[in-house]
Design a protein around this ligand. Structure first.
Ligand code: ATP
Ligand code: MG
Length: 338
């Protein structure tokens, strides 16, 4: 636990202001409508994720919220301060970790932070303590005097997070924070981020196209082609697209289907299998097998994932970018049921 008070920010613009409030926000670059009117609010201390494929408008939205790009439509505010008219107040309250690496490779970890502290007007008397705290937070205190050029990708990324929180922002924006990192480093980085939220109450807004990463968020907005197509908790998003499926390959599908229906299961016949739709697939496997009343060759239980949710709302898979491509059979069940 690190003891150091957050230096008090001027109060929010008005009582009850949300950490982030976005209303019909839009950005057009000539013919390209990068963001087509998105609306959402983020509460103080929330971890909120934008999940979407390449070109969905994630970075453009972040850039507008961080006052780096002017919206061409709608409005947005941080702590009640409008991003278009109160840019100074907004900048005081935010930290940003860019999608691209922006550290100076020829400086040490500490020098990078010191430079940032000056840029952001951190009071001189507080600089040392804050650098210390930030480096401890991301567990890089032992590497403070090493050149960034000697850091691994994951260490550099965590140093960027340390830098983003150096001026104790109320809202930290992370654009694809773990892109290109191995799963282990990604997990470490998430420990840092969640500790930041826990110990400092920082609101986190992140973008990602990793399903697993979005799972860390309290709520997820699925964004595609400039629009939010769904927004909720991970659990609620999965529930909206349907139940678990238990897929049986049997010696006699006709008989299995008949028996399962008689036992009250909601089922569907495939070409080579019988599929039962149930609330809790794993818990019900045994009773489904018993009810089928015929020898079972294989059983597959599938619980909806965010991948399925994305497919449900966009008709595409997130990993294939704009492509489309073939749909694996277990996703097809959900697609067909709609
Ligand atoms: N400065 C710009 N000028 C013109 N078009 C732009 C500009 N910035 C972004 N765009 C376009 O806006 C759309 C959204 O881009 P954006 O960078 O916001 O996507 P993204 O969701 O962050 O994608 P990625 O996952 O690849 O980072 C794209 O079609 C992109 O080409
Ligand atoms: Mg981006």
């Amino acid at each position: 636990m690190i003891e150091q008070e957050r230096s008090p920010l001027p109060p929010a613009a008005h009582e009850g202001a949300h950490a982030i409030e976005v209303d019909n926000l839009a950005k057009r670059y000539g013919e390209v409508e990068a963001v087509k009117g998105v609306s959402f609010t983020v509460e103080h201390g929330e971890v909120f994720a934008f999940l979407g494929p390449n070109g969905a408008g994630k970075t453009t939205t972040i850039r507008m919220l961080c006052t780096l790009t002017q919206p061409t439509g709608g409005r947005a505010s941080i702590d009640g301060y409008d991003v278009s008219t109160r840019a100074r107040d907004v900048r005081q309250r935010i930290g940003l970790v860019f999608q691209e690496q922006t550290l100076d490779q020829q400086l040490t970890a500490e020098e990078n932070l010191r430079f940032h502290a000056v840029l952001y007007g951190v009071p001189k008397s507080e600089v040392d303590a804050r650098i210390d705290r930030a480096l401890r937070m991301v567990q890089l205190i032992d590497r403070r005097s090493d050149l960034v050029s000697t850091f691994s990708g994951g260490m550099a990324r965590r140093l960027e997070i340390a830098r983003g929180m150096l001026h104790t922002p109320a809202v930290l924006f992370l654009d694809e924070p773990t892109i290109g990192l191995d799963p282990q480093t990604r997990a470490l980085m998430w420990e840092d981020v969640l500790r930041l939220r826990r110990e400092e109450g920082v609101t986190i807004f992140l973008t990602t196209h990793y399903m697993e990463e979005a799972e860390y968020a309290d709520r997820i907005a699925i964004i595609d082609q400039g629009k939010i197509v769904a927004l909720d908790t991970s659990g609620a998003l999965k529930r909206t697209i349907g139940a678990d499926t238990v897929e049986l390959a049997t010696g006699n599908d006709d008989l299995a289907a008949k028996n399962l229906e008689a036992a009250g299961f909601n089922i569907k016949r495939g070409d080579d299998e019988v599929v039962a739709f149930v609330e809790n697939g794993e818990a019900q496997v045994a009773s489904i097998i018993a009810a089928a009343g015929t020898p079972i060759r294989t059983v597959k239980v599938h619980r909806p994932t965010l991948e399925d949710v994305f497919l449900h709302y966009t008709g595409r898979q997130i990993r294939e970018g704009q492509g489309g491509g073939p749909t694996p059979p277990h996703f097809m069940h959900f697609a067909r049921r709609r």
